[in-house]
Design a protein around this ligand. Structure first.
Ligand code: IPD
Ligand code: CA
Ligand code: CA
Length: 270
């Protein structure tokens, strides 16, 4: 077995265990929901409990690896070439409202590049996985991106960062622009799931700004292994620290990038 396969299997073990935790708290949060800072940026007891389980599995198997986890921050030796980026509950707002589009997302970056990814939605029992060179799967069956090549026939997805009330770079204009040009744009509320859905062809493309590495790391490798493309908005090489991603089925990449570069902020929301 290759190292990547081992990393993938351990990440899967962690995601499945964390998914069980999320299922356990489903519909039982009552008032165990708090705002982290910005309005709408929620954290719940489920986020924290899920992260504990993921950390426990990964640290037991890979004590020397570094970790970047949403609720705990940086852990371990940050000089190590292996970095686990963990979102224990991506889609917290959905989860808190019992809207079942959320996931555990675990990605492994090696020397800065996503190489292994697992995204698990326990409510729908959907497990998306990939490792570099090993392909991408949904519930252990191969997946691939859609064939859609016309923007007018596409279904896209995006999201709005928690700082949206503080900046004119809030994605509202982009949302309107693509709503006009496509069959629709969804705002589903989980970046990890959005990437997984592009990977399996349910969406044709996704863009978003204001993201963190733990939102994207797993989804990027899953999408790439499913035949998709990931870059910056202007189609230049993707940089995870920019927080800005354009992820598509490949065929639509250039046209979405060109449109994104033309959008100007809506004056009524600046
Ligand atoms: C959020 C979700 C959402 C995206 C936000 C993220 P969280 O993560 O991925 O879709 O629009 O920017 O912060 O807070 O639910 O882990
Ligand atoms: Ca997230
Ligand atoms: Ca989260």
């Amino acid at each position: 077995m290759t190292n990547l396969q081992i990393f993938l299997d351990i990440a899967t073990e962690a995601a499945l265990a964390a998914g069980e935790v999320l299922q356990g708290y489903w519909g039982k949060l009552e008032d165990a929901i708090a705002e982290k800072g910005r309005p709408g940026d929620l954290v719940t007891v489920a986020d924290k409990a899920s992260e504990v389980v993921v950390l426990d599995v990964l640290r037991r198997h890979f004590p020397e690896h570094s970790i970047l986890a949403e609720e705990s921050g940086k852990l371990g030796n940050q000089e190590n070439q292996y970095l686990w980026a963990i979102d224990p509950l991506d889609g917290t707002t959905n989860y808190a409202h019992q809207y079942p589009y959320f996931a555990v997302s675990i990605g492994l970056l090696i020397n800065g590049a996503p190489q292994v990814g697992v995204i698990y939605n326990p409510f729908h029992n959907e497990l998306f996985r990939a490792a570099a060179g090993l392909g991408a799967t949904r519930n252990r069956r191969p997946i691939k991106v859609s064939d859609t090549s016309e923007l007018g026939k596409s279904l896209l997805v995006t999201g709005f960062a928690y700082d949206r009330r503080e900046t004119s770079d809030n994605n509202y204009a982009e949302f309107c622009h693509f709503t006009h040009l496509t069959q629709g744009v969804r705002r589903s509320g989980s970046a990890a799931m959005d990437l997984a859905y592009v990977a399996c062809g349910r969406f044709d493309g996704y863009w978003e700004r204001g993201l963190s590495p733990w939102d994207m790391a797993a989804g990027i490798i899953i999408l790439q292994e499913a035949g998709g493309k990931v870059t910056a908005y202007d189609a230049s090489p993707f940089k995870i620290e920019s927080g800005r991603i354009l992820a598509t089925n490949g065929r639509l990449h250039e046209s979405i990038s060109q449109e994104l570069m033309q959008v100007r902020p809506l004056s009524s929301w600046t």
